[in-house]
Design a protein around this ligand. Structure first.
Ligand SMILES: CC(C)(COP(=O)(O)OP(=O)(O)OC[C@H]1O[C@@H](n2cnc3c(N)ncnc32)[C@H](O)[C@@H]1OP(=O)(O)O)[C@@H](O)C(=O)NCCC(=O)NCCS
Length: 130
């Protein structure tokens, strides 16, 4: 996993990106996107496949909530179509996904992913997800 300074270097040209960094767990980088919705730019955990991604999102979502940054409606993100782990992960968190059939990056299809914020919070913190 990148160090905090590596993350800050990676996003130095991004306007108004914010970093939520938890040593030993992971980080999320996000920004305010179109329509006052939140766009997750990067997420990475220390050790994939052990529940850290969901734990990280719980901490971040609680932070967003208490700091008054909840989006107008939804949270969105983009993934490479070849990133099967990320697609499974967001599917488990209840995000909708559409493969655009083209790439906005380099040479792989882009998948746009999104979830209504209220649904996302419910999915993260519901009894069966504890
Ligand atoms: C994507 C990423 C953040 C997910 O975090 P994670 O810690 O691996 O995911 P978790 O262990 O918290 O998994 C949460 C749920 O997704 C499911 N899941 C995660 N990876 C999966 C996979 N490859 N296949 C099937 N299900 C998967 C888990 O089973 C779990 O579901 P459950 O609660 O019902 O058991 C992490 O893998 C990562 O840092 N990847 C590298 C960076 C990256 O690709 N970022 C995303 C770019 S869009």
């Amino acid at each position: 996993m990148r160090t905090l300074s590596q993350v800050q270097e990676r996003i130095k040209n991004y306007k108004e990106a914010q970093v939520f960094y938890k040593p030993g767990l992971g980080y999320i980088v996000w920004t305010m996107a179109t329509g006052d919705n939140l766009e997750v730019l990067f997420v990475e955990v220390e050790t994939p496949g052990q529940g850290q991604g969901k734990e990280l999102y719980k901490l971040w979502a609680a932070y967003i909530d208490v700091s008054g940054q909840s989006p107008y409606h939804s949270v969105i993100g983009y993934s490479l179509a070849s990133n099967h782990r990320a697609k499974h992960f967001y599917c488990k968190l209840g995000w909708s996904q559409r493969n655009l059939g083209q790439s906005i990056y380099r040479d792989d299809d882009t998948v746009v992913m999104w979830c209504a914020w209220n649904d996302f919070m419910r999915n993260l913190f519901s009894e069966k997800e504890q």
